[in-house]
Design a protein around this ligand. Structure first.
Ligand code: EPU
Length: 335
């Protein structure tokens, strides 16, 4: 456990933004994390760095959570219960599950980031959210060093939301996540339009979990930039949920506005559509811009500053409010 001085965080965040960490330590075991917390309480955590926009240098000790390992807690012929340490890469974990024949997270293929952060924003894609398979989350309380177990219910999961973004924010370090996955009779979720279409094109009538994963990977690759090539953090904004009244007003002006019903009084509208209509899709401003194939994704072409990207996000929010009276909420953590 070696504390390093003045490290660039460019390699540690998927946006590829350079900021300086005054002090930096990479932690590879629970024991080392507990030891560290005995003396260091004011820490800044970084894991896969896939849901943050760094806009300033970090003066606190940056703790890179790199604890690896997967264990099978119990299994029977139908299901398996696994505990996965926080530093495992999410997509590699998904691929490993598919190779072992474990189903439930195939729709979440190719999502950047690590296992330890998947519960924080309740990652979701193509009709599945990780909350559907999480049984518990283990975390250390920073001030006391004590381990806490959060059941699925304790996590208070919502759309891109959990207790770790609210009451528990900044108080805990997630060390492992446990999942219940299927071994037989997988509950495939292929209802999302693009998945069905792609399966039909491939003439697959009875898909396996691998088929679904392959299809999800190809859909994501066709729309979303690979963070290894173009810095980004996936969806920068949440899809806004608006009142039915406002939706009906907007529909009169924009008859083709897409929507998903949330309840009798609320409607979800794709932020990507709003941003595209407002003229930002594919716009490049030097080092940063809005992705050409998915307007919900802001990108860093190489050396943008976090502040540049954040200013662009604020410009987009202002324009969407002017055009549609909708407040777009940022999904990524602004640091
Ligand atoms: N759309 C546009 N223009 C765009 C993008 C989208 O008009 O540039 C419209 C289209 O009408 C399209 C609809 O938006 O039919 C939905 O688009 P898409 O299927 O790409 O999904 P999304 O709502 O834009 C959400 C998640 C993604 C997830 C996909 C698939 C949020 C904030 N984003 O995007 O999650 O991969 O659904 O399930 O909920 C992420 O969180 O980082 C992420 C990529």
């Amino acid at each position: 456990m070696k504390i390093q001085q003045n490290i660039s965080l460019k390699e540690f965040n998927t946006f590829g933004i350079h900021v300086n960490a005054k002090r930096f330590v990479s932690i590879e075991s629970l024991y080392h994390l507990q030891e560290l917390l005995k003396t260091e309480k004011d820490v800044f955590l970084i894991s896969g760095g896939s849901n943050m926009l760094l806009t300033r240098d970090i003066d606190k000790l940056v703790v890179h959570i790199n604890i690896k390992g997967i264990s099978i807690d119990r299994e029977n012929e139908n299901s398996v219960h696994l505990t996965v340490n926080a530093g495992e890469n999410w997509h590699e974990f998904v691929l490993w599950c598919i190779s072992e024949g474990y189903g439930g997270i195939e729709n979440l293929s190719l999502i950047p980031g690590n296992v330890g952060t998947c519960p924080i924003q309740n990652i979701g894609a193509y009709g599945v959210e990780v909350k559907d398979v999480i049984t518990k989350v283990e975390a250390i309380e920073i001030t006391t060093g004590k381990m806490h177990t959060f059941s699925n219910e304790d996590c208070e999961f919502g759309y891109r939301n959990s207790i770790f973004k609210n009451e528990a924010k900044g108080k805990f370090i997630i060390t492992s996540v446990s999942f219940n996955l299927t071994k037989q009779t997988h509950k495939l979720n292929t209802s999302y339009g693009a998945i069905e279409k792609e399966l039909n094109e491939r003439k697959i009538e009875t898909p396996t979990i691998k088929d679904v994963s392959d299809v999800v990977i190809s859909i994501r690759e066709s729309k979303l930039p690979d963070p290894k090539k173009i810095g980004n953090s996936g969806s920068f904004f949440k899809n806004p949920v608006i009142s039915k009244d406002l939706f009906e007003k907007l529909q009169k002006k924009h008859p083709n506005i897409p929507s998903y019903s949330v309840s009798n009084t609320e409607i979800k509208v794709p932020a990507g559509w709003l941003i595209e209509q407002s003229g930002f899709k594919g716009k490049r401003f030097g080092e940063y811009g809005v992705h050409e194939k998915q307007a919900l994704v802001l990108v860093n072409y190489s050396n943008a500053s976090g502040k540049d990207v954040y200013d662009l996000a604020k410009r987009i929010q202002k324009k969407i409010f002017e055009d549609y009276s909708i407040n777009l909420e940022i999904e990524v953590n602004i640091i």
